[in-house]
Structure formats: structure tokens, C-alpha cells
Design a protein around this ligand. Structure first.
Ligand code: SF4
Length: 320
């Protein structure tokens, strides 16, 4: 259908602008930010000591999936992007969640054989598995084994943002993604150290899933901010073994003399056991190569790891 040109018809008066409701003004220099800044100044930012003194690898380094970033950390290279006030605020909020769980654990888990069923912040040593490494497990939960004695599970509690929680638990962006591989790897190391039957990951979100989605997805109120997953021993042991192999290699590499040919490792990212090369840390872009001289690119993508890396400026100055 051809539309007629109506521009020659007489035009009416322009519609009146609706009266604006006063919304106030955003303050350029917020008053209360000063209180938070004072808190940040007082904050003790010294690194938490190793769970077992003298060990090189922290189990929490499972979240550092890049070889080079892990190497910087192991070598004690100063962070070129240290945690900011926003990072510290976020981490301290996460600590509040742990404090609540610690306070209520005894009420929820009754005693077994005169002892608490759940222990929090339990230290473990990875030396028996050939790694100079250690960690703290958020909770180790025990129960009666049918054959007598006790079974246990290693539990990692992670506080996450609303977007991460939604993608992990719902069909918000395709099928639910579940916990990140880094969280499974950290829990798997703890599970190995405690000879656990099972590992458990608890996600607690900082923002609730919105009321409209609660109705659409038929969620319970607690599902709006908390979800748990478990993995049995036969599934998590291979993850723990792969993580041990990776950590041993990096600890060996970091103990080499500076200036050796292997100084500053390549920018290799381990994405759930898949090794890719970061091609541009500014964008977080990576390639997966193949062929005799790694000349064939058969996949490429981007990842968030470089955005959150504490050594990005250092990495760029060290070159490829
Ligand atoms: S910026 Fe990216 S490639 Fe470089 S060390 Fe950090 S995570 Fe690795």
C-alpha cells in the first residue's frame, strides 16, 4: 500500500509537555562516600597468610585460570591493579554472609557422636598429594556412614552477583550454567584433601531474582538468592587431579631463577580444562590453536578473566 503524503495538511498545536515531577539532582561528590572511603583507608589489606605456612599454592587460586597471572602471584610480583574500594566493599559484604552461616551452623546441624556435624574454615594441606599448597575449606559436613563411621562433604560457599546467579540457576541465558569450573576445582581440591564422598557448592546472590520471574518460574522465596549443587567423588576426583597437575607445573615454573628461558609464561587460560591462548589482554580475547606449529586457529572467543586480573598492566608490559 502506498501511503499518502500528509505534510500539506494543516498541523495542530504541538502536544503540551507533561509537567515534570522534581526528581532531585545526583550529587557529584557524595557526602556518605566519605565514610566508606574512611573505612577503606582503615582496612587492613595485608594478604591473608597461607593456610599452612610455607606452602606456595593456595587452593583459592583455582579462580586464577591464567598461567601467567598465577605465576605473577606465586612470584610475589606487586599487583598493578590492586583491589579497589569497590572490590573491597564487595568482598567484605561476602564476609557478612559467611558470618551468618557460621553463627547458625550448630542450630541447623545437630551433633553427631558428641561432636559438631559441621566444621567451618577447616585448614587442609596438599603436601600428601605432591603439591606445596594448602587452603581453607568453608565447611566440612559429616554424617553417619551406613557401614559405620562418618562420611563427609567439602562445602564451598560463594557470594555472587545477581547476573551470575541467574545464569547459573535459570534459563535466563540458555540452559542453567551451574557453578563456574573454578569453584568446582577449588571444592574438588578440598574434597580430595578430606577424602570426601561429595563436594557441595552454595551460591548466595547479592540481589534477589525479581518478583516477576519468581512467578514465571514458580520459585520459592529462598530460591531467589540461594542455590546448591553437589558432585560425587567419582566426578570430582578427576577435576582435583587435573588441578593438582596444573598447580604443580606452575609452582615449579615460579621457583625457577628469574631470567631463565621460561621466565614469564605464555598467556594460557585454562577454561574448564580447555587450554586457550589470550591474544589480547585488553579485550580478553583468546584463540585455540592447532597444527604442528600451532598455526591453525580452530576456535576463538573472549573471556572476563583479563578484566578482573590484578596484573593486566604488568602482563601488557611483559609482552606476548
Ligand atoms: S591480563 Fe589476562 S593474559 Fe595477562 S596475566 Fe592477566 S589474565 Fe593472564
Amino acid at each position: 500500500m502506498v501511503k499518502r503524503d500528509l505534510s500539506d495538511l494543516p498541523a495542530g498545536p504541538p502536544p503540551e509537555e507533561p509537567e515534570r515531577v522534581a526528581l532531585g539532582e545526583r550529587v557529584a561528590q557524595p557526602l556518605f562516600a566519605q565514610a566508606v572511603e574512611a573505612w577503606f583507608e582503615d582496612l587492613d589489606q595485608t594478604e591473608r597468610p597461607r593456610a599452612v605456612e610455607g606452602t606456595a599454592w593456595r587452593a583459592s587460586m583455582a579462580s586464577v585460570r591464567c598461567d601467567r597471572a598465577a605465576w605473577y602471584q606465586l612470584r610475589g610480583v606487586p599487583k598493578t591493579e590492586p583491589p579497589s574500594i569497590a572490590d573491597e566493599w564487595r568482598m567484605n559484604n561476602g564476609q557478612l554472609v559467611h558470618d551468618v552461616l557460621d553463627r547458625y551452623q550448630d542450630r541447623v546441624f545437630p551433633e553427631v557422636h558428641g561432636q559438631s556435624r559441621v566444621h567451618n574454615e577447616v585448614t587442609f594441606d596438599l603436601a600428601p598429594f605432591g603439591l606445596s599448597g594448602s587452603g581453607h575449606c568453608d565447611f566440612v559436613h559429616y554424617w553417619d556412614a551406613p557401614e559405620g563411621g562418618l562420611h563427609c562433604e567439602a562445602v564451598e560457599v560463594k557470594t555472587v552477583g545477581g547476573f551470575k546467579f541467574k545464569t547459573a540457576t535459570s534459563r535466563f541465558k540458555g540452559p542453567p550454567e551451574g557453578p563456574g569450573y573454578d569453584h568446582w576445582a577449588q571444592a574438588a581440591l578440598a574434597g580430595l584433601a578430606f577424602d570426601a564422598q561429595r563436594i557441595r557448592i552454595v551460591y548466595i546472590a547479592f540481589e534477589n531474582i525479581g518478583a516477576d520471574l519468581v512467578r514465571r518460574w514458580n520459585l520459592a522465596e529462598v530460591d531467589r538468592f540461594l542455590a546448591e549443587w553437589t558432585m560425587e567423588r567419582d566426578q570430582f576426583l578427576p577435576i582435583a587431579q587435573a588441578e593438582l597437575v596444573r598447580a604443580r607445573l606452575l609452582v615449579d615454573l615460579a621457583s625457577m631463577e628469574p631470567g631463565s628461558p621460561t621466565d614469564v609464561p605464555m598467556r594460557m587460560l585454562d577454561l574448564a580444562g580447555r587450554r586457550v591462548l589470550v591474544s589480547d589482554p585488553r579485550k580478553g580475547s583468546w584463540v585455540q590453536t592447532d597444527g604442528p606449529n600451532q598455526e591453525l586457529v580452530h576456535d576463538a572467543g573472549t573471556s572476563w578473566h583479563c578484566d578482573y586480573c590484578r596484573f593486566r598492566t604488568q602482563c601488557l608490559s611483559d609482552g606476548a
